[in-house]
Ligand binder design. Sequence first.
Ligand code: ZN
Length: 209
Amino acid sequence: MIASAKAGAKVIHIDVMDGRFVPNISIGLPIVAALKPIAAEYDLILDVHLMIVEPERYLAEFQAAGADVLTVHVEASPHLHRTVQAIQALDVLAGVALNPATPLSSIEEVLPMIDLALIMSVNPGFGGQAFIESAKNKISRLSKMISDCGSRAIIEVDGGIKSHNVADVAAAGASLLVSGSGVFTSAAPVANKMNELNQALAMGPARMV
Ligand code: ZN
């Protein structure tokens, strides 16, 4: 986390997995709380992605632990409008995430009120998976929906982001790009991988032709 901050990261994305909504179990409240002082020292935003069932039960606790952004899954939130209101009442930014098979229409009604829409470009649960190519078209369509309804929401993309696809994803309309195995690898220092991503972004999608 410190290495990525020193290499220019502004946001730390934290995947919280419960072994029920997704098959894997990852980290929870104590780790978010432990990361908060480091985030504050390096001026980092803590972007907490709740891959858990009944996320509404834990919103206040994650906010108290230090989350700046709380993102819930539409598939885990039958009362999504209420859940988004509950997040915003805690004075943190509200995000809604969609799995690869979930249609954009599922967030149409809350799009004007949310701060962030997260497109999953892998099936959630494990790191290191390959980017699902159809996500690019989904990002483009979401970008149009956002501008059509006048929403302030930004598009975040999570899963399989690497230097070979990061520019395409940004060109499709994403402005917050999550990279796990694309940055944290034994093959090279974090700073090198961050530089690779930033250079690919700066060159833009034309380089792919
Ligand atoms: Zn995530």
